[in-house]
Design a protein around this ligand. Structure first.
Ligand SMILES: Cc1cc2nc3c(=O)[nH]c(=O)nc-3n(C[C@H](O)[C@H](O)[C@H](O)COP(=O)(O)O)c2cc1C
Length: 217
């Protein structure tokens, strides 16, 4: 049986990307996002119009997509509800965002110089993609920004030896599902974004429930 529901959120599970971009003062901003899909060497990014990142991408035409692994969940969560945009939109103020230009320091992440673009990479992320903006499409309060990967940096332990492929068994992406964080499809930690959005699934408090992991052997 199915029920008809006016779903408020369609976040079914996508990898968390820490996107770095260059602020007007030349410093690097880093922000979590997960509305991204990939085709060949391009990605389409869904970014809210009020975020500093969106303005930086449209102004500079470059960014770095740093893919977060599940073990970075605490660093990522420290970036939630922060913006490097000094003027907060009404929606962001209501959700509990605050202005914070020192995102690397607050999150405990480490800067790493990029080869081809000005924004710095996030050293802790095992996959870092230096990108250029190819196109952008306005869809109301958000932008769909198409980027092309110019250079990929991959931690050696993730590469299938002798190939240019990532070993999917070694790559454990941090997944954002209905505003909460998962790794290997298991809940990892409560998320501040889910709290800001008052996501109802949190009321079950599934973080306290022991979860059986089926044996793979
Ligand atoms: C896990 C996670 C995923 C997010 N995904 C997106 C997203 O896909 N698109 C978006 O516009 N904002 C997303 N956000 C919210 C942005 O991080 C937020 O808009 C933030 O203000 C961006 O920082 P900035 O204003 O300094 O650019 C996400 C936040 C979290 C914590």
């Amino acid at each position: 049986m199915h029920s008809t529901v006016s779903l408020k959120v369609h976040y079914y599970g996508t990898p968390v990307v820490l996107i770095s971009s260059t602020n007007p003062d030349g410093t690097t901003n880093v922000a979590p996002m997960s509305s991204a899909w990939w085709l060949n060497d391009c990605a389409m990014l869904g970014l809210g119009g009020s975020s500093r990142t969106t303005k930086n991408l449209l102004r500079t035409g470059v960014c770095v997509l740093n893919l977060a692994s599940a073990d970075l969940v605490d660093h990522v969560d420290r970036l939630a509800l922060l913006t490097a945009e000094p003027v907060l939109s009404d929606n962001k103020r209501r959700t509990g965002y605050r202005y914070e230009p020192r995102k690397f320091e607050v999150s405990g992440l480490t800067r790493q110089k990029s080869d081809l673009v000005t924004p710095e990479r996030v050293a802790e992320c095992p996959i870092q993609l230096e990108c250029e903006v190819v196109d952008s499409h306005d869809f109301g309060t958000a932008q769909a920004i198409q980027v092309r990967v110019l250079r990929s940096h991959v931690e050696d332990s993730l590469i299938i030896p002798g190939t240019a492929y990532v070993d999917p068994r070694s790559w454990d992406p941090l997944i954002m599902k209905f505003c909460d964080f998962f790794g290997e499809s298991r809940p990892l930690a409560p998320s501040r974004l889910a709290a800001g959005w008052s996501m109802p699934g949190r009321m079950r408090n599934y973080f306290d429930d022991p979860i059986e992991i089926p044996s793979t052997t």
